[in-house]
Design a protein around this ligand. Structure first.
Ligand code: GLN
Ligand code: ZN
Length: 768
């Protein structure tokens, strides 16, 4: 049995790559320094995997920005608009590469970046390849060959990793009409074959080709494209061992044709879909190797050796050892680098640490699993297995994790917990009377500019430079200023500004029981941007009110309604590392109950407008359509649990940072929020159509200006957007607000934009 890993995090355990890239972009370090950092990261990664004893160590898993962009660069899929950067400006290739990712506004050029979107159901974002009709490809970058040679020089014979041709095309977008991007496969494949032949000439043996789409719903055209491509590859490089990888789900109904592909090996994700093993073993021919993805690349928990060994043993009953590989479920890109970087007992207790494995530890797990599987009688291996079992036992029984009160509360959930007392129409009448708001009521989404100053207070509090009292006084002053200013602006529903929050999930995670935070558990989100997701390790409960103090304080300053501001259960779940010892749904229900208590406390304190943000609801959608309903059902129910503990008079808002609702509109309606605010300005209100077509009954605040750029739109522009909205949604249902929170904006543009926004609302009222 061989051991391997599908990919290693490339940011560096101290985020060296982020720092070097940003310094290079800012012109602070020369290209050579950036390249040197990259070389050091690659060498460290290769060596540590070699030392752990992995047989097949990936290369070309490194990237300066993104592996999909790397593939586009490799095959020369470089949109026209960037060509000048090389031809006229004579810049190094890497500047062209970064320009594609980030845009290029320099030396008289203003070229926009390529689009970015989420990588399957992860929080990683890739650069979307752009395709045109009849596009030609050529080998443009030799990165994959260079890195293979570089590793070779360091004494590591690697397994190069390529994003597969069909997935590469499917991940992209047609930039003009009249063709489908899969039509380009014929032109594209020769470049892949060229690369593979060159790898063969360099004595590569195994090559990993990722086709993550094989775990998705595929049409016949897509299936034939895969069949054709791998048939051609087999003909061209019969000697190379192609390891075709799938991950993030089960092969499902694609198994039949995938098992018939002429590849040397197939990798399956047995963390997300352990149940597929039987069918896979039955389907694949005896001479096809099988790679068992048993070590979770997407989460931070220690592997359950016993469970993995059972899968391995089942495979061994069906296949010769020399046809088996043991590996990570997917690339470790989605895991933090190294648990050993966590030294602070206060944030991660010793017990919690003993339940975790980050990328470096996962590599060891892969090696240990093979060792134990091969020889379970050696004393050393027995000890390894026992140690693992002991850690899992302590996790299974820890009182840090298991809280009977929380479990009973979840068990006690009944449909009534997810239902408001009366229907929206009767609530609306009560709320209107109580709040006395005009038509086209104005509000904002929650946060006001998080200036350097505000962030500094937080870091000064952490370092003991500010006392808690001093910090609170500063936040109070900022909040008061924001309230006064909103009054002056004549906004209708005010917000406190979220100055006390570092991040909309972290803030709540720090206050809730069952959450832990790492110091260095960074994961790449896109390019140089990394996130440090909280770890939900135990039953979640609310020890004390989380937002009451600041909301009450803000409300005490004004007679206008102040909107309480909470992050919803689905979003908190989605943006954290979650438990793997209970269903996501259960964890979500626990969070929902905690938020519900907060909502009730706010209401009791006289707060009668409360917003529960769910920007991540859509991104939780499963990869397979067949699983959507089940997810949406519990996700929406969790939102409703959090929102439904209040009286009819209390107005519940929700907010989502997108407006693709066509395919889930009935579930959005089922959330039954009194008001939903969504992002709409960039799509010119087109996306309201889904609501109109559905006769969406509750109130809607379609964003009237884009908060992602400092540009301040004119009043007339906002009026015209509102006119458009009014044409599809009855005006009695409309609110007026920006697209999203304003935390990334400066005060100057915020003030101007909101002033104009209020003017726009007034113009519409005057026209009535
Ligand atoms: N209330 C949050 C804010 O305004 C919402 C942010 C979000 O939707 N991502 O910042
Ligand atoms: Zn938003």
């Amino acid at each position: 049995m061989l051991t391997h890993n599908l990919g290693y995090p490339r940011i560096g355990s101290k985020r060296q790559l982020k720092k070097a890239c940003e310094a290079y972009w800012a012109g602070k370090i020369p290209l050579n320094d950036l390249k040197k950092t990259a070389e050091e990261i690659r060498e460290t990664n290769w060596k540590l995997q070699q030392e752990a004893g992995l047989d097949l160590i990936p290369s070309n898993d490194f990237s300066f920005y993104d592996q999909v962009l790397d593939m586009a660069f490799t095959v020369g899929a470089i949109p026209e608009r960037y060509h000048e950067i090389l031809t006229e400006q004579k810049k190094p290739e890497i500047d062209l590469y970064f320009a594609m990712a980030r845009g290029y506004q320099k030396e008289g050029l203003d070229i926009i970046a390529m689009e970015m979107t989420k990588w399957f159901d992860t929080n990683y974002h890739y650069i979307v390849p752009e395709f045109t009709k009849g596009q030609q490809f050529k080998l443009f970058s030799t990165k994959v060959l260079d890195e293979f040679k570089e590793a070779k020089r360091l004494g590591v014979h690697t397994k190069p990793v390529l994003l597969g041709p069909v997935s590469f095309l499917l991940l992209g977008k047609e930039k003009e009409d009249g063709f489908h991007r899969l039509d380009l496969l014929k032109q594209l494949l020769p470049v892949y074959i060229d690369v593979l032949k060159k790898l063969e000439a360099l004595n590569a043996d195994w090559v990993q080709i990722d086709e993550p789409f094989l775990a998705m719903d595929l049409g016949d055209d897509e299936k034939s494209a895969v069949q054709w491509a791998y048939g051609e590859i087999k003909k061209a490089v019969p000697g190379l061992k192609i390891l075709l990888t799938t991950y993030f789900g089960s092969l499902g109904d694609n198994l039949g044709f995938v098992a018939g592909l002429p590849v040397c090996g197939l990798h399956v994700d047995l963390v997300r879909a352990p149940e597929q093993l039987d069918a896979v073993l039955e389907a694949i021919p005896p001479n096809m190797s099988l790679s068992l993805g048993v070590v979770d690349g997407r989460n931070i928990w220690k592997n359950d050796y016993q469970a993995s060994l059972e899968l391995i043993s089942k495979a061994r009953d069906n296949k010769q050892d020399d046809r088996l590989l043991i590996g990570s479920s997917c690339s470790l890109l989605h895991s933090p680098c190294d648990l050993e970087e966590e030294s602070d007992e206060e944030s991660l207790s010793a017990a919690l640490k003993s339940w975790l494995a980050f990328a470096r530890q996962k590599v060891n797990e892969i090696a240990e699993l093979r060792a134990i599987a091969m020889d379970s009688f050696s004393a050393q291996h027995k000890a390894l297995l026992e140690g693992n079992k002991e850690a899992l036992r302590s996790k299974a029984t820890s009182i840090q994790i298991h809280k009977p009160i929380v479990q009973e509360a979840v068990a006690g959930l009944r449909p009534i917990h997810g239902k408001r007392k009366n229907s929206f129409s009767s609530r609306k009448a009560l709320q209107a009377k109580h709040l006395d708001l005009p038509y086209f009521a104005t509000t904002t989404i929650g946060s006001f500019p998080q200036t350097k100053e505000v962030r500094q207070w937080r870091s000064q509090l952490k370092r003991g430079i500010l006392t808690e009292n001093q910090y609170d006084d500063n936040i109070k002053a900022a909040t008061e200023k924001a309230i006064r200013w909103q009054e002056e602006m004549d906004l209708d529903v005010l917000v406190h500004g979220e100055f006390e929050r570092n991040d909309m999930v972290e803030y709540f995670g720090e206050k809730l029981e069952g959450f832990a935070f790492t110091q260095n558990g960074w994961v790449q989100s896109y390019g140089s941007r990394c996130v440090k997701p909280p770890i939900i390790y135990g039953d979640v409960s609310r020890a004390e009110p989380m937002t009451l103090f600041w909301t009450k304080f803000a409300q005490s300053l004004t007679d206008k309604p102040v909107k309480g501001m909470l992050t919803g259960p689905v979003t908190i779940l989605q943006w954290s590392f979650v438990r793997n010892d209970q269903p996501r749904k259960t964890t979500c229900q626990q969070i929902a109950l905690a938020i519900r208590e907060e909502v009730k406390d706010l209401e009791n304190a006289g707060i009668h407008v409360i917003q529960i943000d769910e920007p991540a609801l859509r991104e939780g959608l499963p990869l397979r359509h067949a699983d959507w309903d089940n997810y949406l059902h519990w996700a929406v129910e969790c939102f409703r649990i959090s929102a439904s503990g209040v009286e009819d008079i209390t107005q519940i808002h929700t907010h989502m940072c997108y407006s693709e609702f066509n395919d889930i509109i009935e579930h959005i309606a089922a959330m039954d929020a009194d008001v939903i605010t969504i992002e709409c300005s960039r799509s010119q209100m087109e996306l309201l159509d889904a609501f109109a077509a559905f006769n969406y009954p509750n109130d809607i605040g379609p964003g009237v200006y884009d908060i992602h750029s400092p540009r301040v739109p004119s009043t007339a522009e906002m009026v015209s957007l509102l006119e458009k909205a009014k044409a599809v949604v009855p005006y009695q249902q409309l609110w007026v607000n920006p697209d999203c929170g304003l935390k990334t904006r400066g005060w100057e543009e915020t003030e101007e934009a909101l002033k104009r926004m209020v003017d726009a609302a007034k113009k519409l009222r005057a026209e009535m």
